[in-house]
Write a protein that binds this ligand. Structure first.
Ligand code: AMP
Ligand code: GLY
Length: 420
């Protein structure tokens, strides 16, 4: 099979690494890719949000299967264009990707499906939002409705913070994404991520994970895209996973199909777990980054068979071969992230790492330059490892980190602390 993966992050490096190990993969192109991906696959410059350009590229390169990594091309309908052109695609239609692209849409689906989630109100002007916030009282969660790169959520612990957050959003802090605002009840509990393949009809769980969103040790400081993750998530027991399937995932999928917009791809459910009961925090229409890195580390080559079965609507007869293992990934970021940081610092020490099926350095924001490999993003490297215990996985991941020579980079030293 000739395969095209769209994206350029650590998520796509991990997907490419797993897919390549499957003998059914004859040729793999990643667009646009990064310097790490270029070590294992062909990379191609391509505007992945331009459906026409992707269709033409796939045509010219005799691609048979396209795996879409990030949310932007999904929301832009690139999957739809590819399917219209007769290509096999892993990833939801733009209509189904609304589960990530619009928080209000997801709330409406949950209500229709009876899926447990936070109580909420949806507002298009500040006055009505303020009235609702006053009536509900803090703590409240104020969210920009549209895609805001994971940054459009403010947890207001006091009424004053809620007032300021509402004004901030309607003043345009998140651009068009904040023209509509969702205000939610604050849910207490422990958060975990649940990943399920959906082919429009059938569903297949493929793993659980927890991530560390805050930049600082002890889960302090500003939010980031994720500073590390591990799988499985101990809090998401089999019993809770079963409940999440029965009460949240399957009803959501049934409601999407009933509306004529069946969901096909990976559904990433953020769950809040309290007293043994899961409630939905949010859906994403893609793999998490860096959660994907730990899932790929554990699933390995079978991922291609699973994604292919998903795209062809064959999940009813698919199954996951589980190893009784753990995986953990540590993100190395450029100093300053998630605020301003300087691009272009040189990273050394990456060529002699002990990589294999137990540990891999996935690249998220690297570029080859004349003076060596340079950092070109906020989150730059994902030291990822597997072990028979979480401690073993963690020791291997930090052993990778310790070989990297990159003075301008940093990482958290406590990834996995909640589970250890
Ligand atoms: P979201 O982008 O909707 O996932 O929100 C980002 C983060 O904010 C989540 O991962 C949670 O940690 C937190 N959050 C969002 N909604 C709620 C809620 N209703 N109650 C408590 N925490 C929340
Ligand atoms: N790590 C969180 C996300 O991918 O959305």
């Amino acid at each position: 099979m000739n395969i095209l993966i769209l994206g350029s992050g650590g998520r796509e490096h991990a997907l490419a690494w797993a897919v390549m190990q499957n003998p059914k993969c004859d040729k793999l192109i990643v667009a646009p890719g990064n310097a790490g991906i270029a070590r294992i696959a062909e990379c191609a410059a391509l505007d992945i949000n331009d459906g026409g350009a992707v269709v033409q590229f796939a045509d010219e390169n005799l691609i048979e299967f396209v795996i879409i990594g990030p949310e932007a091309p999904l929301a832009a309908g690139v999957g739809d264009r590819l399917r219209e052109a007769g290509l096999l695609v892993f990833g939801p239609s733009a209509a189904a990707a609304q589960l990530e692209a619009s928080k209000n849409f997801t709330k409406e689906i949950c209500a229709a499906a009876g899926a447990p989630t936070a109580a909420y109100g949806h507002f298009t002007n500040a006055a009505s939002a303020h009235a609702y916030a006053r009536q509900q009282g803090a703590p409240l969660v104020i969210k920009a409705d549209g895609l805001a790169a994971g940054k459009g959520v403010i947890i207001a612990e006091t009424d004053e913070q809620a007032t300021a957050a509402i004004d901030h959003m309607f003043d345009g802090a998140f651009g068009a994404a904040g023209a509509e605002v969702v205000i939610e009840e604050f849910m207490a509990g422990e958060e975990a991520s649940f990943f399920v393949l959906c082919d429009g009809t059938d569903v297949l769980p493929i793993g659980t994970a927890q991530d560390h969103k805050r930049v600082g040790e002890g889960d302090t400081g500003p939010n980031t895209g994720g500073m590390g993750a591990y799988s499985p998530a101990p809090v998401l027991s089999q019993a809770i996973a079963d409940r999440a399937m029965d009460e949240i995932i399957r009803p959501t999928m049934a409601e999407m199909a009933r509306r004529g917009t069946p969901y096909q791809g990976v559904l990433y459910a953020g769950l809040m777990i309290e007293d043994g009961a899961p409630r939905l925090v949010e859906y994403n229409a893609r793999f998490g980054d860096p959660e994907c890195q730990v899932l790929m580390m554990r699933l390995g080559a079978q991922v291609l068979d699973l994604l292919h079965a998903c795209a062809e609507g064959r999940l009813a007869s698919a199954q996951v071969n589980w190893a009784d293992d753990h995986a953990l990934t540590v993100v190395m970021a450029t100093q300053g992230y998630p605020e301003d940081y300087v691009k272009g610092s040189v990273i050394a020490g990456l060529d002699s790492l002990p990589e294999g099926s137990w540990s891999m350095m996935f690249h998220a924001g690297t570029t080859d330059a004349p003076g060596g490999m340079i950092a070109t993003g906020g989150r730059v490297l994902n030291a990822t490892a597997r072990g028979t215990t979480l401690q073993e996985a963690r020791d291997r991941a930090y052993a990778l980190i310790d070989q990297v020579n990159w003075p301008e980079g940093f990482c958290r030293r406590d990834i996995g602390w909640r589970a250890l």
